[in-house]
Design a protein around this ligand. Structure first.
Ligand SMILES: NC(=O)C1=CN([C@@H]2O[C@H](COP(=O)(O)OP(=O)(O)OC[C@H]3O[C@@H](n4cnc5c(N)ncnc54)[C@H](O)[C@@H]3O)[C@@H](O)[C@H]2O)C=CC1
Ligand SMILES: C[N+](C)(C)CC(=O)CC(=O)[O-]
Length: 321
């Protein structure tokens, strides 16, 4: 089955924080956008949020023809999706609500229009259970603010066609995003499992009186957070193993996982797991030496520090604020 990837009309259902972010991104990419949200005053709130986002998008560069006037707000689900080439649902995170909503959306949509949900971690096999043509239904999990952050996790359910995943990836790329196909359907996908683990520990630290929320945020902002914008945990720890790389790192710091420092149960470090991690980071490292990667890391860090410093000063903050 072929799905529509050359899109002119983008439908947004639910226009809260995330829905309005999608609307802003789609408008900035020169699309017609049709939105629906059942809350009283939703249209005015949406237009306000998109207007707030627009200066940043103008600065980034609008696609020719992009205009705020290309947003239409409608009264019904059916009017929202009927002519849409791509549909993005950003309704509240409730399984029963999304189940009903997708039965209606999919019944009214063109059969070859992809339908995506912004859910942060509900399972598509469950909330698309009553959908018509479920083979075109995917998760497209974005990050806030949707109009600036490039990552979108694409997840299929039991009935999703592999072609629909590829088609959704194509569409998100045309919207300037960096899709990540989550190959196994698991609650929380990839990114929110990581974020939730951090969040859970942060709450434990507050609850135990170890640190204030500000101190915990400082621990992120001035350390790992600066690194994470350009290098993830696995490659960072490969460099932390020195010239011997990840295998030495695992030997040195692997045992600490059993102490344990955190409240999350750690996986058993089987030989297989260690080998998988070493092989994965070797692939990430590619042909570059540790020293080359260190220079790359340091250059990126300096550029990020510089950018953060300049931008903070522009907004009246000192670097240490
Ligand atoms: N807030 C966040 O940081 C992120 C949220 N998400 C996901 O995006 C989705 C929306 O979350 P938010 O925008 O944060 O919530 P929100 O509460 O800001 O917006 C939800 C909107 O849905 C509307 N709504 C209520 N009932 C509805 C229905 N039956 N059909 C359609 N819309 C309805 C509400 O009026 C509201 O405007 C959720 O699935 C959430 O997990 C994904 C990434 C990040
Ligand atoms: C808190 N959250 C689970 C809704 C967060 C996300 O889903 C992604 C994000 O933007 O952090």
């Amino acid at each position: 089955m072929r799905f529509i990837t050359d899109i002119n009309t983008f439908a947004a259902l639910g226009s809260g924080v995330i829905g309005s972010g999608w609307v802003a991104r789609a408008l900035a990419h020169g699309l017609d956008v049709v939105a629906w949200d059942p809350a009283p005053g939703a249209e005015a709130a949406l237009r306000q949020r998109v207007a707030n986002a627009w200066p940043a998008l103008e600065k980034q560069g609008l696609v020719p023809g992009a205009a705020l006037e290309r947003l239409t707000f409608v009264d019904t689900i059916e009017a929202c999706v009927r002519d849409a080439d791509f549909i993005q649902e950003s309704a509240p995170e409730r399984l029963d609500l999304k189940l009903d909503l997708h039965a209606r959306i999919s019944a009214a949509a063109k059969p070859d229009a992809l339908i995506a949900s912004s859910t942060s971690g509900l399972l598509p096999s469950e909330f698309y259970a009553d959908a018509v043509h479920p083979e075109r239904c995917v998760v497209g999990h974005p990050f806030n603010p949707v109009y600036l952050l490039p990552l979108v996790e694409v997840v299929g359910g039991a009935n999703t066609a592999p072609d629909a995943i590829q088609a959704a990836i194509t569409v998100y790329k045309t919207l300037g995003m960096r899709p990540l196909h989550v190959r196994k359907e698991v609650p929380g996908f990839i990114a929110d499992r990581l974020l939730e683990a951090l969040w859970r520990e942060a709450l434990h630290l507050v609850n135990d009186g170890v640190a204030t929320t500000g101190e915990i945020d400082d621990a992120i902002r001035f350390g790992a957070g600066l690194r994470w914008s350009f290098m993830g945990t696995f490659l960072t720890y490969t460099l932390a193993g020195g010239d011997a790389g990840m295998r030495h790192f695992m030997a040195q710091f692997g045992p600490a996982l059993q102490l344990p420092w955190t409240y999350l149960p750690a996986p058993e470090l089987t030989d297989q797991l260690i080998d998988d991690v070493v092989a994965g980071t070797a692939e990430q490292q590619g042909q570059r030496s540790i020293a080359e990667l260190e220079r790359y890391r340091d250059d990126c860090l300096m550029a990020v520090l510089d950018a953060v410093k300049t931008t903070k000063a522009k907004h009246g903050f000192a670097f240490a604020d």
